[in-house]
Design a protein. Structure first.
Length: 140
């Protein structure tokens, strides 16, 4: 009988430890995939990104020098990596070309079911925000 109580306690302790680990991992992983939205973005959630044809995105490749000063008009070349994640957000990669041969690639974090992807061939106005962040406007 003493062995049965010991196994029961050990099993219970292990179950509680496993549950605590699962909660800790879930809490750490929640939102860890999405970058923090910069204060100048004017949105509070990635689910809002694309409202009114305005998108906020980090530049993941290319030179930010091509964006200074002010805004520039560019042409969207690609739209890839659009499969939504478990939260329903897409993390599309869009290459955008500017006159003079400069180019950037952004990661457009948005809810595709509410706000469409940028379209290859579409012209967008791109304005530099802070750090490696830009704001894009479609339909201008």
């Amino acid at each position: 009988m003493k062995i049965a109580k010991t196994h029961f306690r050990t099993g219970r302790v292990l179950s509680l430890a496993a549950a605590a680990l699962l909660v800790a991992v879930s809490a750490c992983g929640a939102g860890a995939w999405e970058p923090a939205i910069p204060p100048a973005a004017g949105i509070h959630s990635w689910y809002e990104n694309g409202t009114g044809g305005r998108y906020v995105a980090p530049v993941i490749a290319g030179s930010m020098q091509s964006l200074a000063p002010g805004s520039r008009v560019g042409t969207v070349l690609t739209d890839t990596n659009c499969t939504p994640d478990a939260q329903g957000l897409s993390h599309c990669h869009n290459s955008i070309a500017f006159g003079g041969g400069s180019r950037i690639t952004i990661e457009d974090n948005h809810q595709m079911s509410r706000h469409r992807c940028l379209r290859p061939g579409e012209r967008v106005r791109v304005r530099r925000l802070e750090g490696r962040w830009v704001m894009l406007q479609t339909g201008f």
